[in-house]
Ligand binder design. Structure first.
Ligand code: HEC
Length: 124
């Protein structure tokens, strides 16, 4: 009798955890899937909102974290061109993973930033 009870609890908790992961997949469908939707990018409309939400809070103002200044076209372009922007958000070896304290960018968010860099960081 006791054994059956434990078995039911075990099955039930497995059921709950699998539901939890299913929901996470539904909530964040693009997080691990390859991104196929980014074909054009605007600095002002696509890149800035991302960096504003995830980076500027620590990396702008008088004493930006790690001495990495962001928040203007000139500063964002500088870290884009020296490789630090993509290195950090892509978790490349040799870079501190960013955004610090938040999950890694989704593949579409990464692709957005990468396309802007590949396009030569236009101020568009
Ligand atoms: C909660 C604060 C915080 C946020 C948010 C944050 N950073 Fe950082 N960042 C830091 C700190 C602190 C350092 C210096 C220590 C280190 O390198 O880990 C740093 C360092 C860096 C560096 C230098 C890393 C290296 O290896 O040279 C880059 C580039 C960088 N951040 C980019 C970003 C970008 C891009 C974002 C947004 C996607 C971001 N950070 C979000 C706090 C933050």
């Amino acid at each position: 009798m006791k054994g059956k009870f434990i078995l039911i609890i075990l099955l039930a908790s497995f059921g709950f955890t699998s539901c939890y992961y299913d929901k996470a997949d539904l909530l964040y469908p693009g997080a691990n899937a390859p991104c196929t939707t980014v074909t054009s990018v605007s600095y002002a409309q696509d890149v800035v909102p991302l960096l504003q939400q995830y980076c500027y809070s620590c990396h702008s103002g008088g004493s930006p974290s790690g001495g990495i200044a962001m928040g203007t076209y000139a500063t964002d372009k500088t870290i884009a061109l020296n490789g630090k922007l993509y290195g950090s958000i892509n978790y490349s070896s040799g870079f501190s993973p960013m955004p610090q304290g938040s999950p890694k960018f989704s593949s579409c968010q990464l692709a957005t930033v990468k396309l802007w860099i590949d396009n030569n960081t236009p101020n568009n």
